[in-house]
Write a protein that binds this ligand. Structure first.
Ligand SMILES: Cc1cc2nc3c(=O)[nH]c(=O)nc-3n(C[C@H](O)[C@H](O)[C@H](O)COP(=O)(O)O)c2cc1C
Length: 199
């Protein structure tokens, strides 16, 4: 039976996993489920974890500035993240305050790194969630050629947003036959405080 890691080891492992998840497209933590709230329900959806900055406790994702999640985060900036690593059988939940970046230095820098296929998501003519009378991607014709001229994709920058989230709470759950383990970490007064929970 493997010994249970210490709370300190779990915290370090958690940030290592989140860094790998952001950097490795094939890693199970590359995709996250994020939760926001609106007046009636919890809203959840998949996003790509774009960057993890462990020193600053920041997680990043990209989105369309016109999307509903941006409206929800503007009203309620508290953001929840859910990750699951099937091989390690680890569930991670993270919580923090979201900051929406739009047309600033960060979005400018990130936009420059996006190839045309990466920019496509932000190029729809109407806002995401707008009803359509037929099935379509709502992209203008410039996207429908094999070699897209990158200069022509610049208009979509207006729809590009980066959301950063400063994590102040992390919950780690590891299910094992030998005994489940669950730990909670809160960032209080500049330090992480960890405790064990009933799994
Ligand atoms: C594999 C996958 C990855 C996705 N990645 C993103 C992403 O990084 N950012 C994003 O805004 N939406 C992403 N989506 C789409 C969202 O899940 C969601 O459908 C969309 O953003 C609209 O959400 P909203 O109406 O709640 O704003 C992804 C969907 C899938 C299936």
């Amino acid at each position: 039976m493997k010994p249970t890691p210490t709370l300190e080891e779990i915290l370090q492992q958690t940030w290592r996993l989140l860094i790998r998840g952001a950097n490795d497209k094939k890693d199970p933590l590359h995709l996250a489920t994020i939760g926001t709230t609106n007046q009636q329900t919890a809203e959840i959806r998949t996003v790509v974890l774009r960057k993890t900055d462990a020193a600053k406790r920041l997680l990043y994702f990209y989105t369309d500035f016109r999307s509903e999640k941006i409206q929800q985060l503007t009203t309620h900036p508290t953001l929840s993240w859910l990750f699951y690593h099937p091989k390690k059988n680890i569930q991670l939940r993270a919580y923090g305050q979201a900051v929406i970046h739009h047309q600033n230095d960060l979005t400018k820098e990130r936009w420059q790194t996006l190839p045309s296929y990466g920019r496509k998501t932000y190029g729809t003519q109407q806002a995401p969630s707008t009803p359509l009378p037929y099935a379509d991607d709502d992209l203008p014709s410039l996207w429908k050629v094999p070699e897209i001229d990158l200069a022509k994709t610049e208009y979509a920058y207006a729809n590009f947003a980066v959301v950063t989230c400063e994590i102040t709470r992390l919950e780690w759950l590891n299910l094992q036959r030998s005994g489940h383990r669950r730990a909670l970490f809160d960032f209080v007064d500049g330090v992480w405080k960890g405790e064990w929970l009933v799994p």
